[in-house]
Every structure is written in C-alpha cells, then in structure tokens.
Design a protein around this ligand. Structure first.
Ligand code: FAD
Length: 393
C-alpha cells in the first residue's frame, strides 16, 4: 500500500509523531532535522486530555508512565531562600489523574526510536526551497528531491511556514523566556522552587531520576528584540534583567551561562488563517504554537499529528487538509486563549500581587470547599485539553 513519498521537516515531537502515523498508513517518510542529532534537552511537558488518547492509541502510554517526572511539591521562596508556601505539584499544575508529565527529551527520544527503522532521518539538514504546487524541495546539503507531500513540523520559527505561506504569523506576547540545565546545588528532589519579583520570575526544579536541575527565567518586557543567533547577547539581557534580584538568582545566572541546552526566546504564539497550501501542511508549534504558558504545546502537536495523518488515510490530500483544519481549529483557539490567560499569572506585576498569590496558595489546601475552588480554577485547562472529538481512523 504505497501512498506516496512525503517529507517531514523537524524531528522534535510533531515531526516524529506524524512520521509514526504516516508510515502506519503506508507512506514512505523522510524526516529532516536541522540539529546534528536528536535534540535531547528540554523541560517537563504535559500530555493531557485528547493527547492521552493519542499516546494510548500509539501504544506508548505505559512507557511514558514509567518516565513520569513524579514532581511532588512546588514552593514559593523569598529573597533569602526561605520556603514560604509548599503546594502539591499536581494541585499547582491543575493536573488530572490521567495526565502525564515527562521530560520533552524523553518523549522525543521515544518517538524517534519508534520510527527510526521505518523512516529515513537526515540530521544536520534543512529545506532551502519549496514549491507548494509540485512538491519540489531543495536542501542545505542533499540533492534536490520531489515529494508528494511536505509537512512543516519545524517549530515556532518554521522555515516551511515561511516558504509556503510567507508573512509573519508570530504573535509576541511581550515576555522573554530562557531555560537551561544547571547543577542541582540545592539538592532538590522532585521539587520546584519559584521566586517572583515584579516583572520577573525564576523557577528551579529537579525531576525523578535527574542529577541536574532545570532553571527557567521569565520576564515581562516590551523590548523583545534580540538576535536569535547571538548567545552572548542573550546572556547579557538575562544579566541586565536578573542579576542582583535576590535568592540564588546570581548563582543560577552563572549556571545557565554554561548550559549545553541554553534556550532563549520570546514567548510567542502562532496564529494562521490556514494550516496548508498546495502540497504543504503545517502542524505543531509551526502551525499553532500556544506558547509554553499554556502547557499544551506538546498535546497539540501529538493530536495534530494524529488527525492530519488520520484524515490523509481517508481522503485525498486537499480534502484531508481541509478537514484537519476544521477539526483542529476550535481546539487550537481554546488553547491559544489558555496560553494568554496563564501567562498573565506567571509574572507578577507588583509586590502585592506576588504576596496575594502566595497567600492564596498557602490557605487553599485548608479552605472549606477547596475541591470546588480548585476544580473551578483548573476547568479551563481541562476543557481546553478536551476541546476536540478525536475521530477513530
Ligand atoms: C520553556 C518552555 C517550557 C515548555 N513547557 C511545556 C509544557 O509544560 N507543556 C507543553 O505541552 N509544552 C511545553 N512547551 C512547548 C513544547 O515544547 C512545544 O510546544 C512542543 O514540543 C511542540 O513540538 P514541535 O515538534 O511542534 O516543535 P519543536 O519542539 O519546537 O520542534 C521543532 C523541531 O524542528 C527543528 N527545526 C527548526 N527549524 C528547522 C529547519 N529549518 N529545518 C529542519 N529542522 C528544523 C528544531 O530543531 C526542532 O527539533 C514548552 C516550551 C518552552 C520553551
């Protein structure tokens, strides 16, 4: 059952997940990834709602359960490092019983291992040209090739999106985020610490089975302009914004400067009028990045891969792409809204807001009727995670 030759650009989550489904439906798949090897780094990511059904249908739920981060508590610390409030991690993240939290790198590795024998992977490679009508593609290194279909799973700054649709789809939410692996100098064990001053938040956590810790710096800034390829310049922005703000921040700045997996970007969403053109379709962050603040980017990527491949298994490409978009759009919109709403709560605007947030979390576990309150607060997350009826293909 040879359905045709397809190219997938990007080997993180959306790309290998799509490759998994497309090979199952009889496509011959090539994946190109710009990085020289599978990118191992990453933070903890949630798999929720409809995405749980997808990993179950892929037969991967058990293995992912075995890799759960098993986070126990989140604590708010003050400038002297004193833990002011401890909150059970599941409560803080609004996690339902069925939801999974794993490291991004672990999920990516599993999807890659599942597909590496049936899919052609080309690392250190990228697309430089693309004809949406013919499927002719030129690469950075390899000779040009022709594909029946081309898929952009190449993330927030997608080259495929640029080549196929042009224009700017990025919606900058006015924050900068930086993450990296640092020494676990506080010997955290499945524990996350949050330090917040007006306009700036620092998170530090260590997950099950990890000897290191991950740090995240988040700041609200109207000046999101920086050179994406200038790491020293990005580190200078972090220095200027965070040096001397209190707690162990200075030590964490020294740590992230040495991180192999240093990540720095604006917090942005992707909004598109259409997810496809001609022989090309987009998925994952390339098509509908909801920003990390939604906690839903990975779930959207997994669900998008499932729906896109499933529709292609049923119909010819033009009809499949249309139906993919129809099914995904309401789900995407709800999660984009979630991302915007959450982000506003992640960086406090004033000392009073920081204090009030911490007090609420302190008293919440002891408040009468707290279950109902928690359910109300977490409802938007669960609703967004389930805002699609997954067809059975
Ligand atoms: C700090 C932070 C925390 C996050 N936390 C969460 C969370 O808790 N929960 C959650 O669900 N999501 C989270 N996310 C988002 C999540 O990682 C993504 O939304 C999700 O992985 C979508 O995957 P993707 O495969 O579409 O894109 P990406 O993971 O961005 O992968 C794109 C891939 O394409 C490759 N690539 C890029 N350009 C090219 C090119 N031109 N040619 C070839 N290859 C290319 C990249 O190297 C990369 O491997 C977080 C993100 C950040 C930054």
């Amino acid at each position: 059952m040879d359905k045709g030759r397809v190219l997938v650009v990007g080997a993180s989550i959306a790309g290998p997940a799509l490759a998994w489904w497309l090979t199952k439906y009889g496509y011959e798949v090539t994946v190109v990834e710009r990085a020289p090897e599978l990118r191992a780094g990453g933070y903890k990511i949630d798999i929720r709602g409809a995405a749980i059904d997808v990993v179950e249908r892929m037969g991967l739920k058990d293995v992912l359960q075995g890799l759960e981060t098993d986070m126990r508590f989140m604590s708010f610390v003050n400038g002297a490092g004193k833990r002011m409030v401890d909150v059970p991690a599941d409560l803080f993240m609004g996690r339902g019983e069925a939801d999974l939290e794993v490291m991004r790198g672990d999920l990516s590795r599993i999807l890659y291992d599942e597909t590496r024998d049936t899919v052609e992977y080309l690392f250190g490679e990228t697309v430089t040209g693309l004809d949406v009508e013919t499927g002719d593609v030129t690469f950075g290194q390899a000779a040009p090739r022709s594909f029946d279909l081309v898929f952009g799973a190449d993330g927030l700054h997608s080259a495929v999106r640029e080549l196929a649709l042009g224009g700017s789809a990025l919606d900058d939410l006015g924050h900068l985020v930086s993450i990296g692996t640092v020494p676990n100098h506080l010997e955290l064990d499945r524990w996350e610490l949050i330090y917040s001053v007006p306009g700036r938040t620092v998170n530090l956590y260590s997950t099950a089975g990890s000897a290191d810790a991950k740090v995240l710096f988040l700041t609200a800034t109207p000046e999101g302009l920086f050179d994406r390829h200038d790491r020293p310049g990005q580190l200078r922005i972090l220095e200027d914004t965070f040096r001397g703000v209190g707690w162990d921040t200075d030590r964490l700045l020294d740590g992230i400067a040495q991180a192999d997996d240093f990540y720095f970007d604006t917090v942005s969403q992707v909004r598109l009028d259409r997810y496809s053109r001609g022989r090309v379709a987009l998925l994952g962050d390339a098509a509908y990045c909801p920003s990390f603040a939604s906690g839903q980017g990975t779930s959207l990527a997994l669900v998008g891969a499932y729906v896109l491949a499933g529709e292609l298994s049923r119909s010819e490409p033009a009809a499949a792409f249309e139906r993919y978009e129809q099914l995904m759009r309401p789900y995407v919109e709800q999660n984009l809204k979630l991302g915007r709403d959450n982000l506003g709560r992640m960086v406090s605007k004033s000392k009073l807001q920081s204090w009030f947030g911490a007090q609420m979390l302190r008293v919440l576990p002891r408040m009468p009727g707290n279950d109902a309150l928690v359910a109300k607060v977490t409802k938007p997350i669960h609703d967004a995670a389930r805002a699609i009826d997954l067809p059975r293909y």
